[in-house]
Write a protein that binds this ligand. Structure first.
Ligand code: GLA
Length: 751
């Protein structure tokens, strides 16, 4: 049993393998949060002794005792304006203007399996391990009832949470905030690890001590955004890769979000996570309900590395759906950096032929194939083949590509429309735009109003038509601007506060319908690279284009940061041309491969521009990638070095779940004269077992005879044997790597 109710203490306890979570129905029916931490039995109510704290007020019924205040006690789901001045999870305003939420326990219910939230991405329970708990709280004055939903995944150290708000009263109410979760940790010191970024440099880790007051991770862009990823980690001070307590908070939400952390007057911490409450106001009619997006709490008492592995497994097993969730993905070649928008059918076929000769499995036609799309100022919305570039249409092109033995994939950006398009001319009212204001433009395009069911239906019809007519195996779903004008002509004035949220619900509805109707199609998410890289999108798209920056050295930082929350199988990563189109750097082809193969792998270059030697190298890369595909889908990932900015080299390790194989990758991005040895401690191996070094591959612009690993006297001896314990505790020293961004991969196999 992972959920227990203690009748005597009125405590509800959730247990996972390593963690326990406890709440208690306290005086007057207030639901107190007692504990979340390392697994422990018993009741934690002894921690909360009555305490008269000045200027922390008391509920009316307890006014004489003064020792009991909502402002000092940990709450399970805090309501606004009821004497708790810390962050609120729920803020309700009645139609008479009464603000607040005084939430009291009504009942609870435990059930086997995992609850669902219609219309929202949700964790699944493929292994049948989950148990669910619903605790109902009510605010008598507004008639609002809250169902707090918990699903415990005991083997995975994950608890999924949500809150469903019902209006059980007889008048409408407005929700000004409806968080997915509130988490109070009244004792201890915590640091916040968050992931900031920008276009072409997403998800850079930033770890900060928490000051008094509020610190947050947020986006008001109508998308999760390049700037602050919706993933946050609370770390005990000193928690590192291998040790210490860490709690990951990961919303399954791709729109405006906020995870706010407050350190209160007594040093206690409260975290509230959910849809960003700014620009949010949801009208609930009597009888209606609103479901807050699901959010994962993941626990590790063995450091950040373990937390990442918990989340990687959970995302692969329980978030991603469909046949590709855990399967090797086809090696693709994307036309974007090969031809941009400058192509016709012959040029595409030449690229596709070149790709086939390299061993690529899937040819992806990126932007530029539709309407009058000769540059990025026009034609979004006109999802029919360009009459000038593809006069014969898509079908004959796809047939020829299929005849080469390649699958075909297509780029679309369905949520957007150009002013210069047939769609906009026909439906100028289908966009988000505020009356009396000129709409904000991003990449010279407007955002379709996905609050409007007919727009979602039209998009479904258009895309389903394409997918039914043509043999398309893969869709790259792009989104190249953020929302700005939060006004939908479709909604009445009192519902305009719902626009940003309804937009995302419309998108989820569309993605849900399409992915259910076409389960054999692999969807890759994208938003100017990794601008919408979140667990919500991963429920529909098992991989997301990680960044528009394909430079392998830059990618080391981006993929390193991304790896804290998301598995390698989710990170779209391609080998592109040298010099790199974003940075101008030339790096060895092998290093581009080593970086990209630690992701959902592909190419993004013109095969016609390659030398014969490069082609041969790519053929062997693809063979290698296929060989290690299982490790990439299922392997446990270990970061062996810190943030690339802090050193001159980066190393990471993949270990198969049965610990029989380990693939070590190293990139040296800053060459040094007289360098210190590159010494690594491997992790995750079986200490008792013997491992042999079965393969060493070194890539770089080096001259044979230089003292370079694999090429000179310092070459690691193939078939050398080590115990797992030796490799982990004594470590392994690589010979120096010379040249511009050289790299190496070493493969160890259990004997
Ligand atoms: C975005 C994507 C790129 C490419 C272009 C096409 O920027 O991230 O990969 O598809 O759009 O316009």
């Amino acid at each position: 049993m992972s959920i227990c109710f203690d009748e005597k203490n009125k405590t509800l306890t959730l247990h996972t393998r390593s963690s326990s979570y406890q709440m208690q129905c306290g005086p007057l029916g207030y639901l107190l949060h007692l504990y979340y931490g390392k697994r422990a039995e018993g009741s934690f109510d002894y921690l909360y002794l009555p305490r008269d704290c000045g200027f922390s007020p008391n509920p009316h019924a307890l006014r004489d005792t003064r020792g009991w205040s909502l402002d000092t006690l940990p709450q399970e789901y805090s309501g606004a304006c009821c004497g708790d001045y810390r962050l609120s999870a729920l803020e309700v305003v009645t139609d008479r203007g009464v603000r607040g939420a005084d939430l009291r326990y009504v009942r609870h219910r435990c059930s086997p399996g995992k609850y669902t939230l219609p219309g929202l991405p949700c964790a699944l329970d493929p292994d049948g391990e989950a148990e669910s708990l619903t605790v109902t709280l009510a605010d008598a004055a507004s008639g609002v009832e809250v169902e707090l939903c918990y699903a415990v995944f005991p083997q995975q150290d994950v608890i999924a949470r949500s809150a469903v708000i019902h209006n059980r009263g007889s008048s409408p109410v407005y929700l000004e905030q409806a968080a997915s979760l509130c988490l109070d940790l009244p004792f201890g010191t915590w640091e916040l690890l968050r992931f900031h970024g920008r276009h072409c440099m997403e998800r850079q880790p930033e770890r900060l001590p928490l000051p008094r007051g509020i610190t947050e991770v947020s986006s008001l862009r109508g998308m999760s955004g390049h700037q602050q990823n919706p993933f946050a980690v609370l770390c005990a001070p000193g928690a590192g890769e291998e040790e210490g307590t860490c709690i990951g908070v990961m919303p399954l939400w791709s729109g405006s979000h906020r995870t706010a952390v407050e350190v209160d007057q007594s040093g206690g911490l409260r975290l509230v996570s959910g849809i960003h409450p700014a620009q949010f106001r949801w009208r609930l009619e009597p009888g209606e309900c609103f479901a807050a997006p699901e959010t994962l709490l993941a626990f590790s008492d063995r450091g950040l590395g373990q937390l990442s592995r918990v989340l990687h497994r959970f995302i692969r097993n329980n978030i991603c759906r469909g046949p590709f969730a855990r399967a090797p993905r086809p090696v693709l070649l994307n036309s974007w950096e090969a031809a941009y928008m400058d192509f016709d059918a012959d040029r595409l076929l030449t690229i596709a032929r070149g790709a086939r000769d390299l061993g690529v499995e899937l040819f992806v036609l990126d932007d530029g194939w539709f309407g009058a799309r000769d540059d990025d100022n026009r034609a979004l919305g006109d999802w029919f083949p360009s009459p000038t570039k593809l006069p014969g249409g898509l079908e004959p092109l796809i047939e020829k590509i299929n005849a080469l033995g390649l699958k075909f994939g297509l780029w679309v950006e369905p949520e957007m429309v150009s002013e210069d398009s047939a769609l906009y001319r026909a439906h100028p009212d289908w966009v988000l735009a505020a009356p009396g204001r000129e709409p904000v433009m991003g990449r010279n395009q407007l955002v379709l109003d996905l609050c409007r069911p007919e727009v979602v239906d039209w998009l479904y019809g258009t895309l389903a038509g394409l997918l039914s007519r043509c043999s398309i195996s893969y869709i790259k779903w792009d989104c190249n601007r953020c929302l700005a004008d939060l006004y939908s002509p479709f909604l009445p004035p009192e519902r305009q506060g719902e626009v940003s949220c309804r937009y995302m619900l419309g998108l989820y509805r569309l993605l849900d319908r399409l992915t259910r109707a076409f389960p054999q199609v692999l969807f890759e998410g994208c938003a100017g690279g990794g601008g919408r890289f979140d667990a919500g999108m991963l429920a529909y798209c098992p991989q997301i284009w990680c960044s528009d920056d394909t430079d392998p050295v830059e990618r080391l930082s981006i993929q390193y940061g991304t790896s804290f929350g998301y598995p390698l199988s989710a990170m779209g990563a391609h080998v592109s041309a040298a010099p790199n189109h974003q940075t101008g750097r030339s790096s060895p082809l092998g290093t581009r491969f080593v970086t990209a193969m630690s992701g959902a792998f592909g190419y993004e270059l013109d095969p016609g521009a390659l030398t014969e030697a490069e082609k041969e190298e790519i053929r062997s890369q693809i063979r290698r990638c296929r060989r290690f595909a299982g490790l990439l889908c299922d392997g446990d990932y270990y970061r062996l070095t810190g943030a690339p900015e802090q050193g001159d080299w980066s190393a990471w390790l993949l270990v198969s779940p049965d610990r029989s194989e380990a693939l070590l990758s190293v990139v040296r991005f800053h060459p040094r004269a007289n360098p210190a040895p590159l010494h690594l401690f491997l992790r995750g191996l079986d200490p008792e077992a013997a491992y042999a070094l079965e393969e060493t591959d070194v890539y770089g612009n080096v001259v044979r005879g230089d003292p370079v690993a694999g090429q000179g006297e310092d070459a690691p001896a193939l078939h050398a044997r080590f115990s797992g314990a030796a490799l982990m505790y004594g470590g392994y020293t690589l010979p120096p790597l010379f040249g511009d961004a050289p790299s190496a991969q070493l493969y160890f196999q259990k004997q």
